[in-house]
Design a protein around this ligand. Structure first.
Ligand SMILES: Nc1ncnc2c1ncn2[C@@H]1O[C@H](COP(=O)(O)OP(=O)(O)OP(=O)(O)O)[C@@H](O)[C@H]1O
Ligand SMILES: [Mg+2]
Length: 388
């Protein structure tokens, strides 16, 4: 349903909530992946994935090598058969559509441009094959190249471009076909770190301008955090957690998520007091109990893991006064990162805790050095209880 139609409905004398809800639903579930399984022989590369992507969203699939990211993307592109389950794009079942009618375009892990063709010819290639008339073709190629700021380079060959410029041409080549869904498999993998960070921001801006729905695969968590509206953390063919970068970072649902997105400190222990608004945990790692200001569901004594991010941990020279959430140890390593330092503190019980201390905070405590005795502490809202 077009927005014009839903506008008309909204203005009607008798509102039709059913139809409006449907329009909203279509935007919420622009891409629907339902119980998708992919087996290669006996081994399942994708094990029953369910996922909806909203219209206009940039969604990232994140996970370690071999977890099934590319396979899932290739099924969306129609390049890989589906063992079971189905994929709907804008309400249409992909299986019902012949390849040339699929509203999808994929930019590959290695986005090889045709080396003997100019930038212009590379971008025009797909349109030519579709039989787009010459006059329209020229306009569309020009618009796509301008969008990625490569209009000036239209007559060059790929080997006369930098890696970042080639990447933008490849993007123009994908966008020029006006796909409803753009698939990007490791779009930055050929770029070195500095260009990659700049290109990430450029790419988000371009996609925003076009308004295309995009699914991107990456194994780089910083890339996913920077670029994506929402992301899914995958492991061994399954989705472990799905949410906004902020949700997944602040409220990981499992050890896997907590360790995969960002770095964290994990304390194993047992629940000794569980109230609706807080929980106490006894851990062999600390001389005091852990106190977390949110309740959990589970029996007393249940084994749990508490995740505390390094930037939530404060370093002091004096013993903390509180009766929980602190430990004593010795500085074993300091990584100076410019605006902050990562302090490795080996606690008396043997565990090493990493604290991210800002340069400002360091000036306030007479900066500790290797071998110094220090205390680490954090607030009750810093910890997240993980039960899996
Ligand atoms: N054509 C194939 N035949 C057999 N096994 C395959 C095939 N393609 C992929 N696999 C297997 O399926 C699993 C998932 O592969 P996939 O390429 O989806 O991983 P990925 O998450 O994209 O990894 P990477 O980050 O390394 O690109 C792997 O174990 C891989 O070996
Ligand atoms: Mg891959």
């Amino acid at each position: 349903m077009s927005s014009d139609q839903s506008g008309a409905l909204a203005g009607a004398a008798v509102p039709s909530p059913g139809l409006n809800a449907e329009a909203g639903d279509a935007a919420e579930n622009f891409v629907q992946i339902v119980d998708i399984v992919k087996k290669f022989g006996e081994t399942a590369a994708v094990k029953g994935v369910n996922l909806s992507v909203k219209k206009g969203e940039l969604f990232a699939l994140l996970g370690s090598s071999g977890c099934g990211k590319s396979t899932l993307l290739r099924m969306l592109a129609g390049l890989e058969s589906i063992t079971s389950g189905k994929i709907l794009i804008d309400g249409e079942d992909l299986a019902q559509l012949p390849p040339y009618r699929r509203p999808v375009n994929m930019m590959f892990q290695s986005y090889a441009l045709f080396p003997h063709m100019t930038v212009e010819a590379n971008v025009a290639f797909g349109l030519k094959q579709e039989g787009v008339p010459k006059s329209e073709l020229k306009d569309r190629v020009q618009t796509a190249l301008d969008l990625v700021q490569m209009g000036r380079f239209a007559k060059r060959k790929p080997h006369q471009l930098s890696g970042g410029q080639q990447q933008r041409v490849a993007l123009a080549r994908s966008l020029v076909k006006r796909p409803k869904l753009l698939l990007l498999d490791e779009p930055m993998s050929a770029l070195d770190k500095q260009i990659r960070q700049r290109t990430q921001i450029e790419l988000v801006n371009i996609l925003d301008k076009v308004g295309v729905t995009c699914m991107m695969v990456t194994h780089d968590q910083e890339e996913a955090m920077t670029m994506a509206d929402r992301l899914a953390v995958m492991s061994e063919g399954e989705i472990i957690q799905l949410g906004t970068p902020h949700e997944v970072y602040e409220y990981p649902n499992s050890r896997f998520s907590a360790e995969f997105i960002g770095s964290t400190n994990l304390f194993d222990g047992n629940v000794v007091e569980d109230e609706p608004d807080h929980v106490f945990i006894e851990t062999p790692d600390l001389p005091v109990r852990l106190y977390v200001s949110h309740g959990i569901t589970g029996p007393l004594g249940m084994p749990v893991t508490i995740s505390v991010r390094p930037e939530r941990i404060a370093l002091t020279r004096k013993p903390p006064e509180g009766a929980y959430n602190w430990g004593k140890g010795v500085v074993t390593n300091i990584a100076y990162m410019g605006g902050y330092s990562l302090y490795h503190v080996k606690l008396d019980a043997g565990k090493t805790v990493i604290a991210n201390v800002t340069s400002l905070a360091l000036t306030e405590i007479d900066p500790p050095t290797w071998g110094d005795e220090v205390y680490v502490r954090w607030s009750a809202s810093a910890g997240v209880v993980l039960t899996s």
